[in-house]
Design a protein around this ligand. Structure first.
Ligand code: B1M
Length: 212
């Protein structure tokens, strides 16, 4: 069995130790960090997503898988963000209020650091007020929001409105993403960009600070 399949299977079982060991083993075999991420960790989490949807597994199993995913990502992190570049711009990042999914958001943060941006990560379940005060405090170039639930997507619009009400909307580019989010939705709520994955989010963010 390939080490990537072993990572995926261990992640599905929520086995933190094996995911950590096999992630290191894959790096030692010279497999690219991005390949380990996509074909090992994310592949395993996608299967978890399908089983969760079909009621074959429940929240505790998904949380264990998430813990194992984070353990693997911790090992890949230094490789994914290897950069000696001075920060070219600043991003305030968070998962919106009511939403506890932070794996994708963490990945977006890592990739943004990887392209030389400074990332202020507000965490998950972040209220509009908190986004606004972070913008006032840190004067970022970009506000980046993640939402994984159809019920929390509208919060991205609430944040944009709160930025507008606070008079700081035009000081920042607003980027949104997350599994249920679409380009049409971004246009509808007045965001500046939607990107489907962490890599393209980082590229778009870099483009924004280069143009600014
Ligand atoms: Co949740 N969950 N979950 N869950 N969970 C989903 C999202 C769901 C699709 C599962 C399903 O039904 N198939 C479903 C949402 C349905 C919907 O609304 N459309 C769901 C549900 C229903 C729920 C609960 C309501 C379940 C319950 O309690 N009954 C509950 C809600 C809790 C809450 O948030 N208030 C819940 C809870 C949880 C756990 C806590 C157990 C756990 C999260 C742990 C954690 O994050 N620390 C969890 C997990 C792990 C998932 C799944 C299985 C995996 C999510 C994940 O981490 N994927 C997920 C099913 C799925 O997505 N297939 C599911 C890997 C990650 C790398 O991908 O986050 O999509 P993702 O990020 C991607 C892109 O979306 C993008 O980049 C990444 C890839 O490069 N991206 C951005 C993300 N943010 C971006 C921002 C950007 C740009 C791109 O710009 C700013």
């Amino acid at each position: 069995m390939s080490v990537l399949v072993e990572i995926s299977e261990a992640l599905q079982k929520g086995n933190v130790r094996v995911v950590s060991e096999k992630t290191k083993e894959a790096l030692n075999q010279g497999i690219e960090p991005n390949t380990i991420l996509n074909d090992g960790l994310i592949a395993g989490m996608s299967i978890i997503g399908v089983k969760f949807k079909n009621d074959e597994i429940y929240v505790p199993e998904v949380m264990m898988a998430a813990r194992a995913m984070n353990a693997g990502m911790d090992i890949l992190k230094p490789k994914l963000i290897e950069t000696g570049v001075k920060p070219a711009g600043k991003v305030v990042l968070g998962t919106v209020k009511g939403d506890l999914h932070d794996i994708g958001k963490n990945l977006v943060g890592m990739m943004m650091v990887g392209v030389g941006l400074e990332v202020i990560d507000l965490g998950k379940d972040v209220s509009a007020e908190k986004f606004v005060s972070a913008v006032k405090e840190h004067s970022p170039n970009i506000v980046a929001m993640s939402a994984l639930l159809t019920t929390t997507m509208p919060e991205q619009k609430t944040v944009i409105e709160a930025l507008r009400d606070a008079g700081v909307r035009d000081n920042v580019k607003v980027m949104i993403g997350g599994a249920p989010v679409t380009e049409d939705y971004a246009n509808e709520i007045g965001a500046d960009a939607y990107t489907p994955d962490a890599g393209s989010a980082a590229q778009k963010a870099k483009e924004f600070v280069t143009i600014a």
